[in-house]
Design a protein around this ligand. Structure first.
Ligand SMILES: *[C@@H]1O[C@H](CO)[C@@H](O)[C@H](O)[C@H]1NC(C)=O
Ligand SMILES: *[C@@H]1O[C@H](CO)[C@@H](O)[C@H](O)[C@H]1NC(C)=O
Ligand SMILES: *[C@@H]1O[C@H](CO)[C@@H](O)[C@H](O)[C@H]1NC(C)=O
Ligand SMILES: *[C@@H]1O[C@H](CO)[C@@H](O)[C@H](O)[C@H]1NC(C)=O
Ligand SMILES: *[C@@H]1O[C@H](CO)[C@@H](O)[C@H](O)[C@H]1NC(C)=O
Length: 222
């Protein structure tokens, strides 16, 4: 059995050469209604869950959005809805709590598997396990992109991404608009155009996930 994609909690290292790589949680919007515990963790003897996003003095960032029932899912107005159940509960006499999750693999922070958009790859079993973790993890350059455009070749060119940079994170209008916190899927999200992605491949050292795949299709969600 193969899975078209699987959500991944992946970590990115910020690089010391990047003036744009923030050393604090400013790099990442805090989920509304939650406390930013990224810098000073609560004392461990307090039973307060610590949900950190920044580790090792800003060298490691957890860029995964927390799954919530109100987060958007592809082309739906209703959001994710209930995705978590507790069929075994200590309060109900079980030895341990045991949760169950059910959600589309294309939800939230995730990478697409090669088989996601190419059926012959799906049939051949190119699931997320075929992605190269060496490509996915490591120092990344965080770049604020112009807010008045999609990620076109022209926009990519204007960023002057230095040679040697192998991973880049784009902070876009999607972040400003907090699209990940809006239940209703917004089709006007900023994404890559084909020429924008192609420009990066042709002119920088950035290698996209799925070296086998080439770059016929790239997109980023909200
Ligand atoms: C165990 O489940 C109960 C609900 O029955 C919940 O209140 C509690 O927080 C859970 N404990 C853990 C460790 O998840
Ligand atoms: C507790 O267990 C009973 C019996 O198995 C079940 O009917 C009920 O739904 C459970 N309640 C919760 C909150 O898990
Ligand atoms: C990006 O493209 C989408 C889809 O074509 C469009 O709705 C949106 O307005 C564009 N965003 C910008 C900032 O140009
Ligand atoms: C990508 O596009 C090229 C040319 O259109 C085609 O030859 C190639 O097979 C495509 N790659 C995939 C993975 O579909
Ligand atoms: C990208 O994917 C879409 C949807 O599967 C497909 O219609 C389109 O032809 C693909 N583009 C390229 C360049 O392969």
């Amino acid at each position: 059995m193969t899975f078209p994609s699987l959500f991944l909690a992946f970590f990115l290292l910020t690089s010391s050469f990047s003036p744009l790589a923030a050393g604090s949680s400013a790099a990442y919007p805090i989920i509304p209604g939650t406390v930013d515990t990224s810098v000073s963790a609560a004392p461990s003897d307090d039973l307060i869950p610590v949900r950190r996003e920044v580790y090792d003095d800003g060298k490691l960032f957890d860029i995964t959005h927390r799954y919530t029932s109100d987060m958007p899912v592809w082309e739906s107005d209703d959001g994710l809805g209930q995705f978590l159940w507790l069929p075994k509960s200590m309060k109900n006499g079980s030895l341990a709590n045991n949760s169950e999750m059910k959600l589309p693999t294309h939800t939230g922070t995730h990478v697409d598997a090669p088989g996601h958009v190419f059926d012959h790859y799906f049939d051949a079993g190119f699931d997320v396990d075929t992605l190269d973790l060496e490509v996915l993890n490591g120092p990344a350059l965080l770049v604020d992109v112009p807010r008045d455009t999609n990620l076109t070749a022209e926009a990519m060119k204007s960023l002057n991404i230095p040679q040697g940079v192998r991973r880049v994170l784009f902070r876009t209008l999607n972040t400003d608009r907090k699209l990940m916190f809006k239940k209703q899927f917004d089709t006007s999200y900023v994404g890559f155009t084909k020429d924008g992605a192609q420009w990066l491949v042709d002119n920088t050292d950035i290698k996209f996930v799925g070296k086998l795949l080439g770059l016929n299709n790239t997109s980023i969600g909200p």
